[in-house]
Write a protein that binds this ligand. Sequence first.
Ligand code: PAF
Length: 284
Amino acid sequence: MKIVTTIDEVRAQVKEWRAQGLSVGLVPTMGYLHEGHASLIDASHSGNDRTVVSDFVNPMQFGPSEDLESYPRDIEHDAALAEAHGCDLIFHPEPSEMYNKGFSSFVDMTVLTQELCGLSRPVHFRGVCTVVSKLFNIVKPDRAYFGKKDAQQLAVIKHMVDDLNIDIEIVGCPIIRESDGLAKSSRNTYLNADERKAALVLSQAIRLGSDMVKNGEKNCSAVIEAMKKHINDEPLARIDYVKIVDFATMQQITMLDRPALCAIAVFIGKTRLIDNFFTEDVIG
Ligand code: PAF
């Protein structure tokens, strides 16, 4: 496995693979890889001849008061994990390689980004769409892999690819959890011991809500209120949102009469964590 830092090096390598008729999968990441990322690399490794992992903390998707500076970074750890899961090339650029001085073109999206994380993090999806478009243009993969934990991001990327006629298959992969239920996230490392315990309210609320849906509850408010009550009982937790949206439009719905996403964002201390369930996964 190689680690490269320039766009030219990625293009040269991918060109060589293409000349041999090999297919290429891309796993875009911001590094500090964990088992969630490993599952994406595994999926790419089994679905493609070669796998590229991008490892880049993208400044454009962080708001001014967010955690860009403190976001955890460890390229040696990332390289070992990625290689063990079958990665062939890590692209680990500096911000200046991705955004030159005169950088002034952006990819943005309306509608799907007006709710959930888009509402709480107004610049986030413009940064995600822009960097992912750039990575798609640099690597030109056959397939790209994204986790369902960032369900809105997955919907946004799928929509962007459709809107802009980008010829890449977008593959969504299941949420990977710790043994006690907490969804894996690079941001879990911010939690101290008390916060780590408190963070379990997210997966517990998800379980509570999905059990209600499984047992036939159709009224979104009933599900949301029960989940909110559970989270609010934890003193270290502060709800950003608990919402149920139509998965196709990301608009809030009142009745569970179509495929829906129940998504939550909760601050545990200063750390903002997300989790979700798809009603289709619960009721089939
Ligand atoms: O999901 C992430 O880690 C990031 O949003 C992504 C897709 C790598 C873009 O920076």
